[in-house]
Design a protein. Structure first.
Length: 144
């Protein structure tokens, strides 16, 4: 048995970037910052460690994210971790690790972001029997 599940709560680092593949499938990428705060035992000072995550959203989930999520939005992301590699234009092997989102919830906004924009509480693909794998980029995600 194996399990690949990621749950993150953090703040969006920049506005979502949406693009459409040749097939018409929408894909949106966002960066998400999660922070850990602790007090250093030696100095007594508060220390903040921030980790940045690349999050990928597909289909209608991608379109809703582009519409409602903005830089500074606090969100909950549930999905799975995926590592992939490719060769860049110089022939160098490049690697990335990203979160493929299955569920996104808007939790709130930071004080300096656009607080007047309406936002749904949750959007995610529907729970269906025999749903295609998340690895299948042609799967149909409907937003709730």
């Amino acid at each position: 048995m194996s399990l690949n599940k990621v749950m993150l709560i953090g703040n969006v680092g920049r506005d979502p970037e949406i693009r459409h593949l040749d097939t018409g499938v929408a894909i949106t990428t966002i960066t998400l910052a999660t922070s850990e705060v602790y007090t250093d035992k030696n100095s007594g000072q508060r220390v903040t460690n921030t980790e940045w995550h690349n999050v990928v959203l597909w289909h209608q989930l991608a379109e809703l994210a582009e519409k409602y999520i903005r830089k500074g939005s606090q969100i909950f992301v549930e999905g799975k971790i995926r590592a992939r590699s490719w060769d860049d234009k110089n022939g160098q092997k490049r690697y990335t690790t990203e979160i493929v989102a299955e569920n996104v919830r808007l939790l709130g906004r930071r004080e300096d972001s656009n607080a007047g924009a309406p936002a749904p509480a949750r959007f995610s693909p529907p729970a269906t029997q025999n749903a295609p794998s998340i690895d299948d980029p042609m799967r149909g995600n409907n937003a709730l």
